[in-house]
Design a protein around this ligand. Structure first.
Ligand code: ARG
Length: 471
């Protein structure tokens, strides 16, 4: 009865078309085939290890599973109408190839532990890929920082608060700021991978099995770091999907912030960067336009990534133990977020790597005397004036300069407390060099930071390699 679902035994009539269409997941869970085959091979080895099947039977089923894998890889696998998901499709085909022996594949197993196993294997591999893409972006940011320079004569631009020019910062420091946030994303992914690296195989439908299966054996076979401790939890836990979606949403938010800056930087109003033609788009109507669509979409897609996370959390929130079909809703948001974040990371990395920066424009925007106001106040502090008084004194000079349309330096030169010596603080390029404290935006702490960033990227690469292990 190849055209009946695998569970048809207790039913007397065939499933309705509407049921099949509404409940199927094959259309989106096909991509789990590799992980389902891996899980099934481990399971079969486990059955032989526990002497539930003979070595010969195991060989025959594993050969059928390998045939399925070949058919999947070459897109020759023929699906039938009753294949409701990838797991039933593979088992159906194995039974077709290996006959009664194939029918032993599902011994001591349920789709509930099977699907959780496949999804954890998939996450482990795909999150590691995402981490590698994030690290590539960190490399690009680090490279651009090195090009911008970390020393006294290096490029600088205005640092902003409230999108108002605040103080000059090294351009390298600005690039590095984004790199540090992406490195935390890699760290978070590594921890998520570590936490999800637990095999649920052997939990059965919800309560384990009366057969002498060996969950430790299959966990080891699959390269998991550990096995489940509670079968109810094993089949119902989707924390790992929610966590993955959170990590991806936060990467999306980081990309969105970066994207927003590049939309500004490439505007004529800022004029800090010009995109390479290969990484920008035109307008269908306005011939002169060159748009930063990658940056805009990185910003736009963050909404969808946050939606995928909140959608799944809403699905999970009222779920009684253990498996419920609602859990099938974990896959589409997960696959979508992994796909979108992977594409966004690669596009943004290419866009930043190839853009031309107008460091002269950045410099002239940062050379406004007003950006040195804090240095004047700190200079007074160094001479013994309490900071609040120094702030008020400089604030009054700034206000007068604006009111009377005179240069701040003129007022400083003639000021009794400040005077000619303090005028030097307002000269172009001086402000950024005075950001000397640890972690600050100037060249002195920059020399330390550039080294720290380089080694943090190396450490994170090793971390990802170690949590993914030999798989
Ligand atoms: N396609 C289902 C899912 O993704 C597989 C598990 C179905 N289990 C069940 N007892 N109906 O969750």
């Amino acid at each position: 009865m190849a055209d009946q679902p695998l569970w048809h035994g207790r039913f007397t009539s065939s499933p309705a078309e509407a049921l099949l269409k509404f409940t199927e997941s094959l259309s989106f869970d096909k991509k789990l085939w590799r992980d389902d085959v891996a899980g099934s091979i481990a399971h079969v080895k486990g059955l032989a290890h526990s002497q539930l099947i003979t070595a010969g039977e195991a060989e025959k089923i594993i050969a059928a599973l390998n045939t399925v894998a070949d058919e999947m890889a070459t897109e020759k696998f023929e699906f039938v109408a009753s294949d409701e998901d990838i797991h039933t499709a593979i088992e159906r085909r194995v039974t077709q190839i290996a006959g009664d022996t194939g029918a032993k594949l599902h011994t001591g197993r349920s789709r509930n532990d099977q699907v959780a196993t496949a999804l954890r294997l998939w996450c482990k591999r795909e999150l590691a890929h995402i981490a590698e893409f994030v690290l590539e972006l960190c490399e690009v940011l680090n490279q651009r920082a090195i090009e911008a320079g970390w020393s006294t004569n290096s490029a600088y631009l205005p640092g902003y608060t409230h999108l108002q020019r605040a103080q000059p910062v090294l351009l390298a420091h600005h690039f590095a700021a984004h790199a540090w946030s992406f490195l935390r994303d890699v760290d978070r992914l590594s921890q998520t991978i570590e936490r999800l690296d637990v095999s649920p195989l052997g939990a059965g439908a919800l309560a384990g099995s009366s057969l002498p299966i060996d969950p430790d054996f299959v966990a080891k076979e699959l390269g998991f770091a550990d096995r489940f401790k509670n079968s109810l939890d094993a089949v119902s836990d989707r924390d790992f999907v929610a966590e993955s979606l959170f990590d991806l949403a936060l990467i999306g938010v980081h990309l969105s912030r970066l994207g927003e800056e590049w939309v500004l930087w490439t505007s004529q109003e800022f004029g800090f960067a010009v995109l390479d033609d290969a990484y920008s788009t035109g307008s269908s109507m306005l011939p002169q336009k060159k748009n930063a669509d990658i940056a805009e979409l990185a910003r736009g897609k963050s909404g969808r990534l946050i939606g995928n996370l909140t959608g799944l959390l809403s699905t999970l929130k009222a779920m009684p133990l253990a498996y419920n079909r609602d859990l099938q809703e974990d896959k589409e948001p997960l696959f979508d977020s992994v796909n979108q974040v992977g594409l966004a990371l690669q596009a943004i990395a290419g866009m930043i790597a190839t853009a031309k920066l107008d460091t002269a424009k950045m410099k002239s925007s940062a050379d406004s005397e007003m950006l040195g106001a804090t240095d004047l106040a700190e200079w007074l502090v160094a001479k013994g004036t309490p900071f609040r008084q120094a702030h008020a004194h400089v604030g009054a000079l700034v206000s007068r300069a604006i009111r009377e349309s005179v240069e701040l330096s003129e007022l400083v030169r003639n000021d009794a407390l400040l005077g000619a010596e303090a005028v030097d603080l307002l000269r172009a390029g001086v402000g950024v060099s005075r950001r000397t404290s640890a972690g600050g935006a100037g060249p002195v702490p920059g020399a330390v930071q550039s080294e720290a960033l380089r080694s943090a990227i190396t450490v994170m690469r090793a971390r990802i390699a170690s949590v993914v292990g030999s798989r």
